[in-house]
Ligand binder design. Structure first.
Ligand SMILES: Nc1ncnc2c1ncn2[C@@H]1O[C@H](COP(=O)(O)OP(=O)(O)OP(=O)(O)O)[C@@H](O)[C@H]1O
Ligand SMILES: [Mg+2]
Length: 276
């Protein structure tokens, strides 16, 4: 389907376990293997507790205290980085923008800190980069927003600012955990369209966790289906929605509010239309 050079990240045999609440260890990711094709928008779906957030956190190297991560092999751009201490070139947009921003710190300070840390620039240049990043996520009047506190922004604007902050880390891989769950339908569509646009403008590869198959149909090229800490199915959205191979994928599609046929149609619809 895709040649090796088209694969940005290839993970083989990822295990994550955590200390259990009643002692012992709990396996949250169990021998997970997957490829993330370069320049694609990939959805991860699966029920609550299946391990989607832990997967993103494992890739970011930000698992909870006491967590243990092991992988058999990780290739980045075909290069073996399994035992490298180098961070993956990834940035993450967390589920809840309100908890990702410190409420006492202005948007500008959040963004410039990331710019300084990841782009090794001074204060003045960091401010310029922060302004640019806000413009990139289509925030009107970036200068004004830099001086705002997180709670002074609308939900949609806050989510855009969060995406801007992630962009300042100059990722090749953008990880987004339920990026639109807290937003109403119109704003949700705008944020999804923005992610799609940023993917194209910046040649990003995007991994989106969502419980909403409508989101997958509207914005993703590929989908990974997770159940109990493993991927049970993966492929192009169109194929998976039209001809699900795993019974669990069928179950998810049957349970979706939109009939699978409609999801399939959305997945193959004209890009301009579905992504506008
Ligand atoms: N901080 C933690 N300490 C211990 N166990 C945790 C912790 N966070 C999550 N878990 C457990 O790890 C497993 C995977 O959780 P994870 O948060 O990745 O699920 P998820 O697929 O993101 O679910 P949701 O859709 O509800 O966000 C679950 O069994 C959960 O109870
Ligand atoms: Mg989660």
């Amino acid at each position: 389907m895709t040649s090796a050079s088209d694969v940005l990240l290839s993970v083989d045999g990822l295990d994550v376990d955590l200390p259990g609440r009643t002692g012992g260890r709990v396996t949250v990711l169990d021998d997970v293997s997957f490829d993330v094709p370069r320049g694609r928008v990939v959805g991860i779906v699966g029920e609550s507790g299946s391990g989607k957030t832990m997967l993103l956190r494992a890739l970011m190297g930000i698992l909870p205290d006491g967590a243990d991560r092991e992988w058999r092999r990780v290739l980045l751009d075909g290069e073996d980085v399994t035992s490298s201490s180098r961070r993956l070139p990834a940035a993450m947009v967390f589920q809840d923008p309100m908890t990702s921003f410190n409420p006492l710190v202005r948007i500008g300070a959040h963004l410039t800190e990331v710019a300084r840390r990841f782009q090794k620039v001074g204060r003045r240049q960091a401010t310029a980069l922060a302004r640019e990043a806000l413009a990139a996520v289509r925030i009107p009047d970036p200068g004004r927003v830099l001086s705002r506190y997180p709670h002074e922004l609308s939900g949609g604007m806050r989510q855009r600012a969060l995406i801007a902050m992630a962009l300042l880390a100059q990722p090749e891989l953008l990880l987004a955990d339920e990026p639109t769950t807290a937003l109403d339908a119109t704003i949700q569509a705008q944020i999804l369209a923005l992610l799609r646009t940023l993917q194209a403008e910046r040649s990003l590869t995007v991994l989106i966790v969502t419980h909403d198959l409508g989101v997958v149909a509207a914005v993703c090229d590929d989908v990974l289906v997770m159940k109990d800490g493993r991927f049970v199915e993966s492929g192009e959205v169109d194929r998976v929605f039209r001809e699900p191979r795993h019974p669990y994928t069928k179950e998810l599609l049957d349970a979706a509010p939109d009939a699978p046929a409609e999801l399939g149609a959305a997945a193959t619809g004209d890009e301009g239309g579905t992504h506008a």
